[in-house]
Ligand binder design. Structure first.
Ligand SMILES: Nc1nc2c(ncn2[C@@H]2O[C@H](COP(=O)(O)OP(=O)(O)O)[C@@H](O)[C@H]2O)c(=O)[nH]1
Ligand SMILES: Nc1ncnc2c1ncn2[C@@H]1O[C@H](COP(=O)(O)OP(=O)(O)O)[C@@H](O)[C@H]1O
Length: 200
């Protein structure tokens, strides 16, 4: 479970898309949200867009691995897809906030890798939010307001990467993923091979 969090606008979505395009072994954990779709967002791909009533039902029926309220909207990770995939060794990418990260870490610590992206500066963060052109000025102001408190949660992550140059940032994220895949505990497929090597 490869989690990427950042203050809104720092570049998680962009880096996630690059990773999904270039790494055939990881797929996205698609969250449910009550926020309305942005232009270009596809239901079932970017998010499952659901009503508040449907979200509340899913919470009551314990269908989420974790869920949280962000910017007044509800977001949650549906259990079913991820649990089944993990069992088969599938890697999942999560674009979730610090609250969700904490919940996943508490439940599934050994399977979790936590990466936090930082913007190179507060001014650049504002430029990116404005440049993205998806939010009104009020929403951007609220996201900027929240950015500082989100950044304060950076100590709940294993890795921190500054997203200045996009390609350099992407390379670093890929290196983290590659190294984490090489952890001995995750290479259970090598057990037979190592035994064979040790056999006199
Ligand atoms: N806890 C949690 N957070 C989520 C989930 N899905 C998205 N988020 C977070 O909700 C925040 C807002 O996401 P979004 O509305 O797509 O705007 P963004 O900040 O521009 O990506 C981001 O910090 C996401 O990482 C989820 O399933 N659970
Ligand atoms: N390294 C970068 N340099 C310049 N612009 C960037 C960079 N990374 C992302 N962006 C742009 O900043 C905006 C916000 O990025 P996005 O990936 O949507 O952020 P998030 O998902 O964290 O809210 C987008 O318009 C994106 O194209």
């Amino acid at each position: 479970m490869f989690i990427m969090s950042s203050p809104s606008g720092a570049g998680k979505t962009t880096i996630s898309r690059m990773l999904l395009e270039r790494d055939a072994h990881i797929c996205m954990s698609v969250s449910c949200t009550t926020r309305p779709p942005r232009p270009g967002e596809v239901d079932g791909k970017d998010y499952h867009f659901v009503s508040q009533a449907e979200f509340d039902r899913m919470v009551a029926d314990e269908e989420f691995l974790e869920w949280a309220t962000v910017f007044g909207n509800s977001y949650g990770t549906p259990k079913a897809q991820v649990k089944a995939g993990l069992k088969e060794g599938q890697d999942y990418l999560f674009d979730i906030d610090w609250q969700g990260t904490q919940q996943l870490y508490q439940k599934l610590e050994r399977d979790v890798v936590r990466v936090f992206l930082l913007p190179p500066s507060i001014d650049e963060l504002r430029r990116r939010l404005t440049g993205r052109g998806t939010d009104s000025e009020d929403v951007i102001a609220a996201r900027m307001e929240r950015a500082r408190s989100e950044i304060s949660h950076w100590d709940g992550y294993d890795y921190v990467v500054v997203n200045d140059d996009i390609d350099a940032c992407f390379d670093k994220v890929r290196e983290i993923l590659a190294a984490e895949r090489m952890r001995r505990a995750r290479q259970t497929g090598l057990i037979g091979f190592v035994r064979e090597l040790m056999t006199p």
